[in-house]
Every structure is written in C-alpha cells, then in structure tokens.
Design a protein around this ligand. Sequence first.
Ligand code: CS2
Length: 496
Amino acid sequence: MKTSIALNQENLAIMPPNVSKPSYNRDKVKTSIVHIGVGNFHRSHEAYYTNELMERYGVLDCGICGVGLLDYDRRIYNILKDQDGLYTLVTKELDGSLSAKVIGSIVEFLFAPENPIAVIEKMANPDIKIISLTITEGGYNLNEATGEFDFSNPVIVEDMKNPMSPKTVFGYLAQAMKLRMQRGFPGCTIQSCDNIQGNGNVAKKSLLNYVEKAEPELVEWIEENVSFPNAMVDRITPVTVATDITKLQEEFLIDDQWPVVCEPFIQWVIEDKFAAGRPAWEKVGAQFVENVVPFENMKLRLLNAGHSVLGMLGALHGYNTIDEAARDEDFKVFLRAFMDEEASPTLGDLGGIDLEKYKDSLIERFQNIYIKDLISRICLESSAKFPIFLLPTVKAQLENGGNFGRAAFVVAAWCKYNDGVDENGNTYTIEDAISNELIRAAALSHQEPIRFLEIDTVFGNLKANKTFVDAFLKSLKMLRSKKVKACVQEMNGVLA
Ligand code: CS2
C-alpha cells in the first residue's frame, strides 16, 4: 500500500491527480470574512462556495478567517493550524463513488479563548466586510416562551461583567462593533448561516437585545451601519467518522486529520443586503433573492422537520442512520403524509417552486445509502430544533384547523426518546443543552404525561391548547403501549 501524504500547503504539489486542489495562490488571498463556528457545515457550505469563487474566477479578496469561541473548538484550531488551513471535502456521489476536493478558502484561524483581544480587533478591522455565523439553532440565546433574549444565561451575565474577555458571540460582536464606531470605521454584514426562520432577523434581534443592556450607545450605530441578511442554507453534512479518514487515505492518499463528508446537493438562498459589499457567490451557484421566507419555510418545515421525524421514529426503533429510517416503508409513508398533509399546507405562496418535486428530492436525499447521516446527530439539541422545525407547523395547523396528528406523534416520540433507551433495550445519551430538564420531564411524564409539555422554553404556551394536548397524550399513550412501528402502521391506516 502506498503511504498517504499529510495534508498541508507544501504537500499540495505532490497530491495524486484524482484529488482536486486549489490552484490559486493562497498567499495572495486577502481576508474579508470572519466566520464564527468552523464546524463541518461551514466547511461544506460557505467555505466551499468561497473556494469555488477563488478557484474558478480567481477572486482572491474573500478569504475567510475562522474563529473558534468555545474550548471545544481547540481541536479544529490545532488541526487547521497543522494543515495550513487546508482540509478535504469528500462528496459522496449518488452512485457511491467519492470525490475529494481540498478547500483553501480558510486562510487564517483565531482561537478566542487564547486571545480574545485579537478576535475583537480582527472583527473590528475595516478589511472585514462580513462576519458570518454558524452558532447552531440554540446559539441565539432566545427563550421560546417569551421570545426574548435570555439575560439569565450565566455566560451572558459573565460577558456583561467582563466585556473585554467575552465568551459569547454577542459579547464579541458588541465589542467589535463598538471599536468600529469609536474609530469611525464602516459597518459590515453579520450573516447567519444557521437553520432558523428569519436567521438574519433573529441575529439582529439577539445582538440588539444584548447591546441595549450592555452597550446602549451602540444601538443606533448598529441599526444604521450593520446589515443582517436572511438566508436559507442547505447541504446534508454528517459527522466525520474514522472510516471517512481511512477511506481518504486509501483512495486519495490524503492524510487529513478532520475531513468533511457531504452529499452532492447544495443550496444557499440569500437576501441581497450586504452593508459593505459581498463576494459574487452567485457565480458559483448561490441565489440572491428579494424575499427568502418561502425558501426558508420550505426547507425548515420539510427537510429539517423531516429529519426530526425520521430521527425520532428511527431512534426508538433502533436504527442508526437516516437512510435506514427513510427506507423503512412504514416510516416512509408516515413521513410523506406528514409532509403533504401537515407541513405543506402551512407554506403559503412559494412563488412557482415545484413543491412535489422538492419533496420527492428530499426523500431521495434522505434515502441516500452512502451518506450514513447518524440519527444521533439529528436527535441532538432537539430542544432548539423542535421550536424551529416542527412546532411552527403545529401552530399554523392549529390556527387553520388543519391536521397535525403526525407532528404531535413526533413530539410524543421525542418525549419517549428522552427515556434514553430504544425498543431493543439499547441505551443512548441525550445530547442537549437542557438534557437534565428533558430527562426529568420524560421521567415524570410516565405518571403525568402533560409534564413534558410544561418545558416552556420549548413549547411556549402549547400546553394550554386542548386540541394539541389531546393529540400528544393519545400518541404518548400509544407509544408507551406498543412499538413505534406498530403505532406508525396504525396511524398510516387510520389517517390515510
Ligand atoms: C439537520 C440539519 O441538524 C439537523 O437536524 O436537519 O443539520 C440538516 O442536515 C441540514 O440543515 C441540511 O442542510
């Protein structure tokens, strides 16, 4: 067996011909984007689009400076430092073949816990035109019950006390924007790339809420100088597993400590609202539109909610990956009916998008056997996901008098999921910011099922809606008396 080659700038020249690699001069790349949260998704999406722009059009003024805010980010920081910012994006094509592309658009990286001032200064630098974020659905620190910024969060309390060594994205943004204002520098764009309805509006609301208390003199400046475009982002990007690393070594001779694998599909629909200009991402496939709401609704309520449907049902049944759940005939019928009868009627005018085709394509993507998207990835942080992906459908259907029985069933499945054991007796960990609360509520729900709906930060006031409560109670009772597949078969029959 040939020995594999460590991924770094110098070794790019000796990579085998089946690897696509940057041919542009990375020394000439000028950084104008700071990205917070360099996880797999950023690396398969924004960093990919930006690399394409560099590679295909020679646009070199849109380099990315990655920023890691959390201790957890130390690993990616060290790896990217070791690999000169390079990593491999491995696309799992529909026929099962792999293609490997080394991405070169991340040209700097700062690890905030090591040097917070450097991060603040970088974000304040007028060369930086865009600060983009993938900080997860829960990262915006809004309380679902009140819709307001959560000032009781201990890290936010800390940031208010120690503004020059912040821990949260809001602490950093506030200080960076303050420096820009004080120094007479121009504003910039803060661009959310998270799966949230109106992600730009939410980013704006959270930052302004924080700043109103922390740095009130900044509010007006931000309103006038900073833009927050909404966007829909899409590319299924599973967790990287050990075999992805060994396959890359075997097939492409690349020794990459943390490659990213993804599906071939990619989409980015963005409102064209960039305070300090932007890269011409449309040249490489991004869509700039006036109104992104229909795209967001469609993606969040069909793809992301569809994932939660398959994730919760699949987890209880004991499946490991999304494709297994998506290929299960009973779950497949259930999912399509959820999409057709519950989510689709809430989507409103989609301005000419072919919804049937979109749903067909989602089912195909979910069934892709090569992606191996772990159900555990889908189920983690569900307390932040349900209020965005699934509950808006419930609320809209309640208002319209439409069906929401399957959505209520998935909420009940989530309640049962928090018992931490599947139907084969295998245990798993609940990975969630509020895991203790979820586990406790699920335990209490064995005696008093309503207790699960009393998690106000997730459900708001849904517990007061008798129609929803009844549907949830019925589903939970059914789930606690027979297996999830039997329940689904029954629902497929009754509700067909
Ligand atoms: C998933 C998303 O986290 C989830 O539950 O639904 O990560 C999904 O894979 C992406 O949004 C696809 O674009």
